[in-house]
Design a protein around this ligand. Sequence first.
Ligand SMILES: C[S@@+](CC[C@H](N)C(=O)[O-])C[C@H]1O[C@@H](n2cnc3c(N)ncnc32)[C@H](O)[C@@H]1O
Length: 298
Amino acid sequence: MVRTESLLEIVKLFEQAGAAAAIELDVLDPDRGAGRYAGEVVDIDGVSYVHRPFRVWVDLAERLGFRLSTPRPIEAPLVRLRFERLATEASVAVDDPAEKYGASSEFARTTKLEEPGFVIDFAEALDRVELPERPRILDLGVNTGDELALMLALRPSLREATFVGVDRSTSALAKARERFPFATFVEADLDQPLELGEPFDLVVTIATLQSPSIDDRALLRRVFQRHLTPTGAVILGVPNCRIVDGEQRYGARMKNFRQPELGLLIKDVAFYRKYLQQHARQVFVTGKNYLFVTGVPA
Ligand SMILES: C[S@@+](CC[C@H](N)C(=O)[O-])C[C@H]1O[C@@H](n2cnc3c(N)ncnc32)[C@H](O)[C@@H]1O
C-alpha cells in the first residue's frame, strides 16, 4: 500500500520491479482528495495519506511506459491501480517505404480524431485562420484525410472549399478518395516539385515534414514560392509523440535516451517560426503532443 511515500520512492518501486509485466499499487482514492494538489496530506479517520490527483498516476504510467487500468475500489478509502508494461517499441520493417503509413500499417489503426491533444489544438490553430469564401485548401501528407474530416466538422462552410491532398501512399489515398469523393487526391513524392494548379489559401501539413524522405526546408520554400497565395495561411503540425501498444506516448522515440530529447524538434519549430515571420506572417506555436506552427497574414 502507498500511503505517505514520495513520488520518487514510487518511481523506485517501478525500477525495482525490473521487467515485471504488471505492477499493482493500493493508493488513496484520488477522489477523496479532490481539489487538493499532488502531495497534500489528507487525513481520513486519523490516518494520513498523501493525495495524488488521478492525472499524476496517468502521467506516471505514461512516462514509465505502462498502461494504467481503470482503478478498482478495494477497502475504503483505497483503490487498486494496475500498471501493465507496454510492449517494447520496435521499428517495423516495410517492403515498400511509400506504404509505411498505408492501409495495412499499424498507423492505419489510429485516428487523431480521438486524441484530445490533436483535436483541441488543431481546432484552435484553425480558429486563427481567416479564409475567403470557397477557399482552396492543400493538405501535404494527407494520408486517409483525417485532417480534412476535422476541418469539415469544425467549419461546415468548408464543404464549399476546394480540397487537394497529396501523399505517396496508394492505399491511404484510395481510402481518402472513398471518404471524400468531392476532394482531389494526388499521388506524388512531396520531395519533388508538384503541379497543383492555382495557389492555395491554406496549406496544412501534419506529421509529415519530419519524414526521412522529405527535405522539410525545401518543401516549405516550394509551398511559399508556388502553392500559397500572398496572404495564405499555413498550419504545420509537428508530432511530439509516438504510438505504441494502443497508447500515445509523449515525445519521439530516441535511441539511447530514457526520456524524449527535444533538441531537433525545437530546432525545426524555431526554423519554421522564423521562416514564416520572414514571409510576413504572424506566427503562433501551440500544442503539446503535437506542436502547431500556425502562420497567418501579419
Ligand atoms: C505520419 S503520416 C501523417 C498523416 C496525416 N497527416 C496525419 O497526421 O494523420 C505521414 C504521411 O506523409 C506521407 N509521406 C511521407 N513521405 C512522403 C513523401 N516523400 N511524399 C509524399 N508523401 C509522403 C506518408 O505516406 C504519410 O501518409
